[in-house]
Design a protein around this ligand. Structure first.
Ligand code: G3H
Ligand code: 13P
Ligand code: ZN
Length: 317
């Protein structure tokens, strides 16, 4: 069942976070649905601009719709990840998405508000909800002085102004994470102080954490042992997700970890069976491993086991 992120956030707020996972192909789609159904978790399926053009945006729609039929118990939102204004409008008009993200975070505050508001007006007119972003992810390194580092993080005062003026439904905040497999050079973690201040200024408002892959070290070691070269890869401590959830984070974005599962499975498969040239044996292993990974991640997010409660909550509304 396709729902909006707003419905999922209303149930989750302050208690747990919903996993937002990116898909690009059939194997990821099958593993994703299987893992969420197995762990009885609601989830968000994220389609990026790159994913929409990898094959064809219609293929992503078709796979998602078909997965919805194959897994009738699944409850999920369909969300555009990191959209520009034109892509948001395309998704809003498609009739398929339930949620879009407008990422104008590279623009100055006022321009970000203007762009976001245009997308919000168009989305709300069609019953969709909008995630926006304020602050810059990444670039927060140990050697950068605190003031410089803080300049990359979301300013809580600006967050309050931004949400009020743009009318967005959820806000992606920069609190020390970054995209990809190389997040931290030392022992940094999440900036819970910034998150707490944002929640104080925006009580009850759903916050989003991007760049939240954990980059499991055993996964990295297996990839490197099978010929990979991922030296110094490091991610977010998944044991911090629940604390983030109590501070208003209702959506946690994870993409890189899934790519690592894909990389490990395929590197090991071809190392261990060099005579194989068939795509299906490693594909089958990947779908199983990805489902296992998703189910385990949902336990860390606290979304595992929430499916029946979410179904009842949505039915009551
Ligand atoms: O935040 C970005 C996501 O990991 C999606 O990545 O733009 O390469 O599809 P992508
Ligand atoms: P990761 O690169 O940490 O998986 O983050 C993904 C993300 O934020 C997608 O929007
Ligand atoms: Zn992101």
């Amino acid at each position: 069942m396709i729902v909006t992120t707003k419905q999922l956030f209303q149930h989750a707020y302050g208690k747990y976070a919903i996993g937002a996972y990116n898909i690009n192909n059939l194997e990821q789609t099958m593993g994703l649905f299987q893992g969420n159904v197995d762990s009885k978790a609601p989830f968000i399926i994220q389609l990026s601009k790159g994913a929409r053009s990898y094959t064809n945006k219609k293929m992503l729609e078709a796979m998602t719709k078909t997965a919805n039929e194959i897994f009738p118990d699944a409850i999920f939102a369909v969300h555009l990840d990191h959209g520009d204004e034109a892509t948001c409008m395309d998704c809003i008009n498609s009739g398929f998405y339930s949620s879009v993200m407008i990422d104008a975070s590279a623009e100055p505050l006022q321009k970000n508000i203007e762009i976001t508001k245009r997308v919000v007006d168009a989305a709300h007119a069609k019953g969709l909800v909008v995630e926006a972003e304020l602050g810059k992810l990444g670039g927060v390194e140990e050697h950068v002085s605190v003031n410089e580092a803080d300049a990359h993080l979301t300013d809580p005062k600006e967050a309050e102004i931004f949400v009020k003026q743009s009318g967005c439904d959820s806000l992606a905040c920069a609190i020390g994470t970054s995209h990809g497999a190389f997040k931290f050079s030392g022992s940094q973690g999440l900036h819970f102080d910034v998150l707490a201040e944002i929640q104080k200024r925006l009580p009850g408002f759903p916050l989003v954490m991007h760049g939240s892959s954990s980059v499991p070290q055993d996964e990295v070691a297996r990839i490197n042992a099978a010929g990979g070269q991922l030296k110094g890869a490091k991610g977010v401590n998944a044991d911090e997700f629940k604390r983030a959830a109590t501070l208003g984070v209702t959506k946690i974005n994870i993409d890189t970890d899934g790519r690592l599962v894909w990389c490990r499975v395929h590197r090991e498969a071809f190392r261990d069976d060099p005579a194989n040239f068939d795509l299906r044996p490693p594909g089958k292993v990947f779908m199983k491993e990805y489902a296992k990974f998703i189910a385990a991640k949902n336990v860390k997010l606290g979304s595992a086991g929430q499916l029946d409660a979410v179904r009842a909550f949505i039915a009551k509304k």
